[in-house]
Each structure stands twice: as structure tokens, then as C-alpha cells.
Design a protein around this ligand. Structure first.
Ligand SMILES: [Zn+2]
Ligand SMILES: [Zn+2]
Ligand SMILES: [Zn+2]
Length: 303
């Protein structure tokens, strides 16, 4: 069972999903629940001998009906690899799966916000290595979404449109751009190599995007994640999160993807410690302009 409790001091919900303690933890390849069920082999979560992209309800859900949903999105039936190493067409197809889940989950009465994300690497708590992401359908508007809406109100219009124009004008933190998206290290990044991939046009959600925008979005996300892997010549842990309009009909938002990256160097992690947790202020020892220069070079090396 899951239970929501309101934390008065922080003004936020805390989600208790206590069954999750028993979830599968870093199984070896032979016992991977996200691999296809091969003839004669043990049954996995996916009862097919092969597949392209699979979506199913998380067996250890952080949210479940009638208070939202939690889904697993498996990117491939190949156990090895990562989002960045998927064939380009598969990554493009994944954008359509995201769009479909956003629309279908968002249409539910009990869902206020569809949150699509991927945690990559044991450094950010991954318990299964098979390339996959997750979707939480929140029964309430989570705080980060509220903060971005508050930023729009503070700035008197779409905050993302304003920030994107500023990044393009300045140019020092732009990593690359294509017809539909711009990728940059934000001016006030919190994480050492944080990057944002932002739609050029104001589109509140995936549901407002057509193929000509979703394909370049997939290409850009792959290019960025391959650049991350090239940066320190090692698989680079990250949290990749999709921010878009809540599904309460308000259309407040501007589709973008944020990547949070805990590595400061090839071997040193940025921990969220006293100041970040207790005061809410990130202390960073890299300047966004310097991170952007290093990352740009790694992206061009990765090709
Ligand atoms: Zn697997
Ligand atoms: Zn906008
Ligand atoms: Zn955002």
C-alpha cells in the first residue's frame, strides 16, 4: 500500500511506498526482470520472446490507482547498452511512447501530473541495469512543477521562453542546437554538468508536439547522453526528467528535459548535504560556463 502524508513544515507531500523495500535489487543478467521471456527460460515481467519498447505497471509502485500510477518503460529487449546507445529510430519511437503515456495517464481523473524520468547508474539509486525509464502519474501537482509555474507568474509570461532567449543571446552555455531544440547548461545550474534540452517553440506538453519536433528531441537527448559518457570516458550517471504542463487542463508549461548529473570528476560525486538539504541552497564548485566548454568538447568527440 502507498500512503500520502502532508509534511506541514515543508508544505509538501511525502509518499510512503513501504513494499518497495522488497524490490529486486541489481539482479545478475540471467535473472533480469526486464529481459524478454525466452523459450524455456524463466518468466520475466515481459511475456514475449522479443519486443521493441515495453510499458507495464511497476510491481513495486510509488503510486497506484486510485491515487495515480507508476509505470516502467523498457527501451529495448537488449540487456546491455543505454538510452544513448539505442538505434536512433528506437529513441525516436520512445518519444511517441512518452507522448502516448502522457495523454493516456493525463486523461485519468486521479492524475494531475505525468512525470517521465530515467535514473541511470547505481550512483542515483538504479536497481536494474537493463535500459529503462519510469513514469509516475502524480495525484497532485509536485513542488517542482509548482515552482516552474510560479516562475512564469513572476516573469510575467513563459519562463522557459524567456530563459531560452537569454541563453541563445549569451551563447556561452549553449552546447548545440538543431531545428527543433536547443541544449544548454543553464545560467544557474545546480549540478556540475546539468543540461537542459528545450523546445524552440512554445509547446506546453508532448501532446502538443508533432513528429518534426519529437524526432530532433530524441536525437538531441542521445547526443547529449553520449557526450556525458565521453566526458570522463565512463558511463555517466544522470537523472533525466521531462517537465511539461500538468494534466489539469491549464496548459501551463513549456516542454523541456532536464538532466541532473552528480559526478564532479571521473571519481568524485556531488552529495546533497547540509546546505542543499537543510538550507535549500546548492553550493557548486564548477561554473556553468566552464562545464559547458568541457561538455561541448566531449559532445564533439562522441560524435
Ligand atoms: Zn535485462
Ligand atoms: Zn514557452
Ligand atoms: Zn524544468
Amino acid at each position: 500500500m502507498t500512503e500520502l502524508r502532508f509534511n506541514e513544515l515543508r508544505g509538501e507531500q511525502v509518499d510512503y511506498a513501504i513494499h518497495r523495500q522488497d524490490r529486486t535489487f541489481l539482479p545478475d543478467r540471467e535473472h533480469c526482470p526486464l529481459c524478454p521471456t525466452r523459450p524455456g527460460g524463466p518468466p520475466t515481467e515481459i511475456p514475449f520472446p522479443a519486443f521493441e519498447i515495453a510499458v507495464f505497471e511497476n510491481r513495486f509502485p510509488a503510486f497506484q490507482a486510485p491515487l495515480g500510477a507508476a509505470e516502467v518503460v523498457v527501451y529495448t529487449d537488449q540487456h546491455e547498452g543505454s538510452f544513448g546507445s539505442l538505434p536512433a529510430q528506437r529513441a525516436r519511437d520512445l518519444m511517441w511512447v512518452w507522448r502516448h503515456r502522457y495523454l493516456e495517464l493525463g486523461a485519468r481523473e486521479d492524475v494531475e501530473y505525468v512525470f517521465i524520468f530515467e535514473n541511470r547508474g547505481v550512483e542515483v539509486g538504479v536497481t536494474l541495469h537493463h535500459p529503462h525509464g519510469q513514469i509516475y502519474a502524480f495525484p497532485f501537482l509536485p513542488p517542482v512543477a509548482s515552482q516552474e509555474i510560479a516562475a512564469d507568474e513572476r516573469l510575467g509570461g513563459c519562463g522557459l521562453c524567456r530563459l531560452l532567449a537569454g541563453e541563445l543571446r549569451d551563447g556561452r552555455r549553449v552546447l548545440f542546437e538543431n531545428d527543433a531544440v536547443v541544449c544548454y547548461v543553464p545560467y544557474a545550474a545546480r549540478w556540475p554538468y546539468e543540461a537542459h534540452v528545450v523546445l524552440r517553440e512554445h509547446r506546453p506538453s508532448l501532446g502538443d508536439c508533432q513528429r518534426r519536433e519529437l524526432e530532433p528531441l530524441a536525437d538531441a537527448l542521445q547526443r547529449l547522453t553520449r557526450g556525458y559518457d565521453a566526458l570522463f570516458a565512463r558511463p555517466f550517471p544522470y537523472m533525466m526528467v521531462v517537465h511539461q504542463a500538468p494534466t489539469d487542463g491549464s496548459e501551463r508549461g513549456h516542454l523541456h528535459v532536464e538532466l541532473y548529473t552528480p559526478l564532479r570528476t571521473a571519481t568524485k560525486l556531488k552529495y546533497l548535504a547540509g546546505s542543499e538539504q537543510g538550507a535549500g541552497t546548492f553550493i557548486s564548485d564548477t561554473l556553468p560556463e566552464e562545464s559547458a566548454a568541457a561538455l561541448r568538447e566531449a559532445i564533439s568527440r562522441a560524435g
